[in-house]
Design a protein around this ligand. Structure first.
Ligand SMILES: Nc1ncnc2c1ncn2[C@@H]1O[C@H](COP(=O)(O)OP(=O)(O)OP(=O)(O)O)[C@@H](O)[C@H]1O
Ligand SMILES: [Mg+2]
Length: 303
């Protein structure tokens, strides 16, 4: 097996203003071989998306080394990175990054038009085929705002696969898709991986999705760890109740503020709108008061 991706002791520090420095990666090292399918798991904020950005050449690391397909891309500038990524890497982003003014079909056609690898006829046929494969054959001419979140995600998947890139980097590709469709798509990835030998690197929170890949890597605090992070510690019932109470109190405050703002803008509102809003806020305040009371009572009962 030959190495396709190699990260050596990569760090990434984000600076926000003069004061805040976020250490998103703190010495991450990994290798992925050609034709591998690897899943990355880890708690929110541990650096998974940042790691994918490094692998995909979307950003430079603060230190360390990134070698993709034998090329050291660590210090490439934006232009060099863009041409390096070219047709080689397909991205499925956590936020779908679709072009809002284009239809689903046109969004999928776009990277193929840039790649100048297929004829015009092939481009539209391939785009329609890819959308069919992700279950959107009936939505070719819808624009992103006319599609649900999960459907937009599936357009993004079709777009990433359209050019047959050698590496597919997918950030929670099935995060907004129901389980059954999600697993179907992952099995489709698996099929492409086996038949075309495309390399897949995916981030997922779903162990069933991760299990479809050959290898699971775990991340914690900006590093790859050999074991899963111990995040499955169940919060006690007490903590959950307290969290619930805090949320309710926050909502209570928000409703009270909204009511105050409504009174302030009364002069600018039609009487009907004012009355409707006031009734709605009052109704929600009332039910929230009752819920908080019930929570407090259930606590008292236990003591
Ligand atoms: N552009 C940025 N500027 C500043 N801080 C950032 C930036 N991008 C990410 N971070 C911070 O870096 C850390 C790692 O973020 P990252 O997006 O890689 O996490 P993640 O593991 O993908 O989380 P999730 O599972 O929630 O998507 C977080 O603390 C985040 O707030
Ligand atoms: Mg992320």
């Amino acid at each position: 097996m030959s190495k396709l991706v190699e990260l050596r002791d990569v760090t990434k520090i984000y600076e926000i203003g003069d004061e805040i420095r976020v250490k998103a990666l703190q010495g991450a090292s990994l290798t992925v071989d050609k034709r591998e399918m690897v899943s990355i798991m880890g708690p929110s904020g541990c650096g998974k998306s940042t790691l994918l950005n490094m692998i995909g050449g979307l950003d430079n690391p603060t230190s360390g080394q990134v070698i993709i397909d034998g090329v050291d891309i660590t210090n490439m500038n934006e232009g060099e990175l863009a041409s390096f990524r070219g047709e080689r890497i397909g991205f499925i982003f956590q936020s779908y990054n679709l072009v809002p003014t284009l239809t689903a079909l046109e969004n999928v056609e776009l990277p193929m038009i840039f790649a100048e690898k297929y004829s015009t006829k092939e481009i539209s046929e391939r785009a329609a085929d890819m959308l069919g494969l992700v279950g959107l054959g009936e939505r070719l001419h819808h624009r992103p705002n006319q599609l649900s979140g999960g459907q937009q995600q599936r357009v993004a998947i079709a777009r990433a696969l359209a050019n047959e890139p050698s590496i597919i980097i997918a950030d929670e590709p099935t995060g907004n898709i129901d389980r059954e469709t999600g697993l179907k798509i992952i099995r489709f990835f698996q099929h492409l991986n086996k038949t075309l030998g495309q390399t897949f690197i995916l981030v997922t929170h779903d162990p069933d999705i991760a299990r479809v890949s050959q290898r699971i890597l775990h991340m914690l605090d900006g590093k790859i760890t050999s074991r899963p992070a111990r995040t499955s510690i169940r919060p006690s019932k007490q903590i959950l109740l307290e969290e619930q109470r805090q949320l309710m109190l926050a909502e209570l405050k928000w409703l009270e503020n909204s009511l105050a703002r409504l009174e302030e803008s009364k002069a600018n509102l039609t009487p009907v709108l004012y009355d409707q809003s006031k009734t709605e806020y009052a109704r929600r305040l009332d039910s929230l008061d009752q819920a908080i009371l019930a929570l407090n009572n259930s606590e008292l009962m236990k003591k």
